[in-house]
Design a protein around this ligand. Structure first.
Ligand SMILES: [Zn+2]
Length: 258
């Protein structure tokens, strides 16, 4: 399974950007010809929630990161980025005190066994403001972050009930309904802040990135779930998935991938 999941990293390592001779935009940090700043909201929009991004150190090495869209769209004081595998109270005392603050509700977006649906979170004006914790990386990196940090595992877990395909079509997602980090945060904020338009504000720049890459020869990626179930997956499959295919079981590839 790990081997199969690691292939996500192979796809993500492909850099579809043009050469950066023409300079990099200081704001979105993308090469100037593919700067998406024109698609970002003109002013950061105010929210009650705080977003905590725990980013796997290897995630930063990738050419396309969607979290910058979140960082540029919400006020600086509402966005907190931690780039490491293990977080400790000694290293990040502010993070720990914010997660333990009883005046706020801290939730982790992760599909664990105990995860509740997003829409079970109250979003009335008198409900507590949220601390939204995200694990940013490939699926296997997110699992490493989850398993390595007891304080994260102890948080109330929520999962998304998304039925749409990701708009981040130039990266292979594990299943038909897996979302990029910016889309996941967009869905959560749209609900808890009662502002459905947030999802559009986040996906507009994402769509611009994908459109540019597709116009310049990048190939739209189908999810691994689609490729495997249609016999199009080119890499070795792990034993569990291969066995299910051999037995012609009505397997739920989704469960094996996520
Ligand atoms: Zn830019």
């Amino acid at each position: 399974m790990e081997q199969l999941e690691e292939t996500l990293g192979d796809f993500a390592a492909i850099c579809p950007d043009p050469p950066t001779k023409r300079g990099v935009c200081p704001r979105c940090e993308r090469p100037n010809p593919v700067c998406y700043c024109g698609e970002i909201v003109a002013e950061p929009f105010s929210i009650r929630s705080h977003v905590f991004m725990l980013q796997h150190p290897n995630e930063v090495k990738r050419c396309l990161r969607t979290t910058k869209i979140i960082e540029l769209s919400i006020p600086t004081e509402n966005y907190h980025l931690y780039r490491c595998k293990r977080i400790s109270e000694r290293k990040f005392p502010t993070l720990f005190s914010m997660l333990e603050d009883n005046s706020r509700e801290s939730v982790l977006v992760f599909p664990s066994n105990k995860a509740e649906p997003l829409h079970s979170l109250p979003n009335d004006l008198d409900s507590k403001p949220y601390n939204i914790v995200m694990l940013d990386g490939t699926w296997s990196q997110a699992k490493v972050l989850y398993n390595s940090n007891p304080v994260i595992r102890s948080l109330r877990c929520i999962q998304l009930e998304n039925s749409e395909r990701s708009r981040y079509v130039i990266r292979t997602q594990p299943t038909e309904t897996c979302l990029s980090t910016v889309e996941a945060v967009g869905l959560v904020l749209s609900h808890v802040e009662r502002k459905p338009e947030i999802m559009d504000w986040f996906t507009r720049p994402l769509k611009a990135i994908c459109d540019f890459q597709l116009d310049n020869g990048a190939v739209e990626h189908q999810s691994k779930e689609y490729l495997i179930t249609n016999g199009l997956y080119q890499k070795p499959l792990n034993k569990k998935i291969q066995k299910s295919l051999d037995l012609k079981l009505k397997l739920d590839i989704k469960d094996l991938l996520c």
